[in-house]
Design a protein. Structure first.
Length: 373
């Protein structure tokens, strides 16, 4: 029952930021831990940049510790590049990420970790979208005596669901749809959005999704049911939808790729349940969302407009636009023949000019200017 409650809370939090604390608190309770921290970053092992970070203690966000860690300790934390090199999904005890000497001398481990209840924590790296990586830190166990096998087994069961939660949030962020309601999502032009009822039938679709289905571009509407054209992919899609709308048990979200008819880049399809625990008195409402991501869908943004509106140089404007269009720092460096360090330097100058500190904030700001074009 604990897993079902956690999954339901994660599905609800996908569309509502305010519900993540409740989901985090349920995770803490079920795992018997003092809190957890979730970070999303990108960049090479020796220059990892964090674009999202939230630390919670029994569901309560600890903003002061987040800021202090990111500004003072993250740049010198010996653990960071080692976590980046971990195999995907491998739980690692924090003491195994420092040398014996560092356990005695590391400011991060000896000053910051005790305040965060993390000196006995577990760390795990998960592959994210577009080369990003997710770091999840599971704080110290509540009971003394170290970790029990049942705790680590339960944490491992949660990993694919944490990855899926972050992946869908990344997708919504790129489409500037974070915090959007079910109705608002249908108005989004950067994502294909389909609502399914509890029987898996198509209830509603936005313009982009209807265009994709009408063109039979890898996906189609077969008598009210969403279907993929390739047989193997259709079987996978049916399984994803069935998992999101189970007859019994906890609904589970999932993702897959889908080939298109003309050989263009594959669609990425996310299927996520919608919290339907509240009685609906027989009313027909959405029970699952299907998000269809078309690579390269984001519109080209005028770099001159961005430069004029934000007071940026030509090079800074190009970096800002590429970031909003979803390019990684590595891809920007390759496109310009520069080093990743040079790209990060431009980002730092942009942050100073605009008074921001995160890539996601810059992307949102640039995308908001598209309405001015």
């Amino acid at each position: 029952m604990s897993l079902e409650r956690i999954l339901a809370a994660l599905h609800a939090a996908v569309l509502d930021d305010r519900l993540w604390p409740a989901a985090s608190a349920l995770i803490d309770e079920a795992c018997g831990i003092r809190g957890n921290a979730l970070l999303v970053g990108s960049g090479p092992e020796d220059d990892v940049r964090v674009s999202f970070a939230q630390a919670r203690y029994r569901g309560e966000r600890r903003r002061n510790l987040e800021r202090e860690y990111l500004t003072r300790y993250h740049p010198i934390d010996e653990r960071v590049p080692r976590v980046r090199q971990l195999p995907d999904g491998l739980l690692m005890h924090i003491t195994d990420l420092y040398t014996a000497e560092e356990l005695k001398t590391s400011p991060t481990y000896n000053e910051m970790m005790p305040r965060c209840s993390m000196q006995d924590s577990l760390n795990v790296r998960l592959d994210g979208l577009d080369g990003s990586h997710i770091t999840w830190v599971v704080n110290d166990p509540v009971t003394p005596g170290g970790w029990e096998a049942s705790q680590t087994v339960f944490i491992e069961r949660l990993l694919p669901h944490i990855r899926q939660y972050v992946g869908i949030r990344q997708t919504l962020a790129k489409a500037t749809a974070l915090g959007a309601s079910m109705t608002d999502l249908l108005d989004n032009s950067r994502l294909g959005v389909i609502q399914l009822n509890r029987h898996g039938r198509i209830m509603a679709a936005n313009d982009l999704a209807r265009t994709i289905l009408s063109r039979r571009d890898g996906l189609s509407d077969r008598g009210g049911a969403l279907a993929a054209h390739r047989r193997d992919e259709n079987s996978r899609l049916e399984r994803r939808i069935a998992a999101a709308l189970p007859i019994s048990g906890a609904p589970v979200s999932g993702s897959m790729s889908c080939h298109r008819q003309d050989g263009r880049p594959l669609f990425v399809v996310h299927v996520t349940p919608v919290d339907i625990r509240q009685p609906d008195f027989g009313a027909c409402r959405a029970a699952a969302l299907v998000l269809i991501v078309e690579p390269g869908r984001l519109p080209r943004i005028d770099t001159g407009l961005v430069a004029r509106a934000l007071g940026l140089s030509q090079h800074e404007s190009q970096v800002a636009v590429w970031l909003a269009e979803g390019k990684t720092v590595h891809e920007m460096a390759e496109a310009t023949g520069r080093t990743t360090g040079a790209v990060y330097w431009h980002l730092k100058q942009i942050y100073l000019k605009l008074g921001i500190s995160r890539q996601v904030d810059l992307a949102r700001l640039v995308l908001s200017l598209t309405t001015l074009a």
